[in-house]
Design a binder for this molecule. Structure first.
Ligand code: AMP
Ligand code: GLY
Length: 420
């Protein structure tokens, strides 16, 4: 089959790499891609916010399957447009993608489906916000209702900071704010592939959202991840499938907005049990890089089955017992004001470290043919090994060989001390 991947991050680079390893795949193409993806497959520019353009590209390349990476095209209706053109698409409809696109909608679905989550109040004014903060107490969790690239949430005990964040969210057109009860406990990302009825959970991963070592500084899109989670309860996948994933997929179908694609559950393992922090409607980045590094079942067949309503026919997924670690190399100034256009050296040497794959995110080819930074998260250096220690050592050994002026990365991804 011919597969078209939409997106330009390290997640898409990992997806492209896995899809190319599937013997049922004849050709993979990507749009818009990045400099790393373009070394592997044909890439062409596209406006990812334009569902019609995505569908047209799928028709032009005779795609049998389109895999949509980021949330923005999904929320804009890209999956609907591709399916409208008669092509199988891995990704939810615009209506189903509201599970990620609106935190208020996601809360309502969770309440209807009996899925455990933080108590929350949807607020339309600063007065509502103050009242909800008084109800739940500190630490305050204040969320922008709409999409904000992982940066719409603040968790703070500072009353004024909380109010200021809420005011900034209200300043946007149709701004709304969700105030939540604070959830304590380690976070886990658990993904499920679904065709709208059947749910196939992947292996759990942990993401590092804050920019600095020891979880300090602002939230980012994600600075690193690892899998498996040696500390997680043995029945985590079963329990989350039973209490969260299957009821959510069932509720979405019963509402008339079936969810097919990748359901990402961001979970907190609290002392009172598992709680959903958020849903996303797509593969997580950087968690996908480590989850796919461990998946042995050929990926395209599974995604195609999800896209065509035949997931029940796919047997249990096979996993490597290996561990995987990914560390994100971020540009100078990320996340506040990332600098672009700096040359990147040492990519080939890093990629030659045993067990390492260097997935590109914000990269482009400069006028002189040199690969340059072109975004906040620049690379996702991913390694596998017999255990987390080996995978981690390999990823960091590769990072040492990469030279990008002013770049930074966390040194504590999957470190013994960082594992909860
Ligand atoms: P979200 O965009 O909803 O995933 O939130 C981003 C991050 O904020 C999460 O990964 C958590 O670290 C934190 N967060 C969100 N909601 C809560 C909550 N109710 N309690 C504690 N931390 C939270
Ligand atoms: N790594 C978090 C996300 O993809 O939203």
């Amino acid at each position: 089959m011919i597969v078209l991947v939409i997106g330009s991050g390290a997640r898409e680079h990992a997806l492209v790499t896995s899809l190319m390893h599937d013997p049922s795949v004849q050709q993979v193409l990507c749009a818009p891609g990045n400099a790393g993806i373009a070394e592997q497959v044909d890439c062409s520019p596209i406006e990812v916010t334009d569902p019609g353009a995505i569908a047209q590209r799928a028709v032009d390349v005779s795609a049998d399957l389109v895999v949509i990476g980021p949330e923005v095209p999904l929320v804009a209706g890209a999956a609907d447009a591709v399916r409208g053109a008669g092509i199988a698409c891995f990704g939810p409809s615009a209506l189903a993608a509201q599970l990620e696109g609106s935190k208020a909608f996601a809360k309502q679905v969770m309440i209807d489906a009996g899925v455990p989550t933080a108590q929350a109040r949807v607020c339309l004014s600063i007065n509502d916000v103050s009242a909800a903060m008084a109800e739940f107490g500190a630490p305050f969790v204040i969320k922008d209702d709409g999409l904000a690239a992982g940066k719409g949430v603040i968790v703070t005990s500072d009353h004024d900071e909380a109010i200021a964040h809420a005011a900034a969210c209200f300043a946007k057109p149709d701004g709304a704010v969700v105030v939540e009860e604070y959830l304590d406990g380690p976070e886990v990302s658990l993904f499920a592939i679904t065709d709208g009825t059947c749910v196939l959970a992947l292996q759990p991963a942990q993401d590092f959202k804050r920019v600095g070592d020891g979880d300090v500084g602002p939230n980012t899109g994600g600075m690193g991840a690892y899998s498996p989670l040696p500390w997680a309860p043995a029945d985590l996948i079963e329990e989350v499938t039973r209490a969260v994933l299957q009821p959510t997929v069932d509720a979405m179908r019963e509402r008339g907005t079936p969810f097919s694609g990748l359901l990402y559950a961001g979970l907190a393992l609290t002392s009172r049990g598992v709680r959903v922090i958020e849903f996303n409607a797509r593969f997580g980045d950087p968690e996908t890089q480590v989850v796919l590094a461990r998946l042995r079942t050929p990926l395209a067949g599974v995604l195609y089955a999800a896209a065509t309503g035949t997931l029940a026919e796919v047997g249990p997924l096979e996993w490597s017992p290996d561990a995987a670690v990914t560390v994100v190399l971020a540009a100078h100034g990320y996340p506040e004001s990332p600098r672009s256009g700096d040359p990147i050296h040492g990519l080939a040497a890093a990629g030659n470290v045993e067990g390492v794959e260097v997935f590109h995110a914000g990269t482009k080819v400069g006028p002189d043919g040199q690969i340059c930074s072109a975004g906040g998260r620049v690379l996702s250096v991913t390694a596998h090994g017999v255990n987390l220690q080996e995978a981690r050592d390999r990823a960091y050994a590769a990072l040492e060989l990469i030279d990008l002026e002013g770049a930074h990365y966390r040194r504590d991804i999957a470190a013994e001390s960082s594992q909860v």
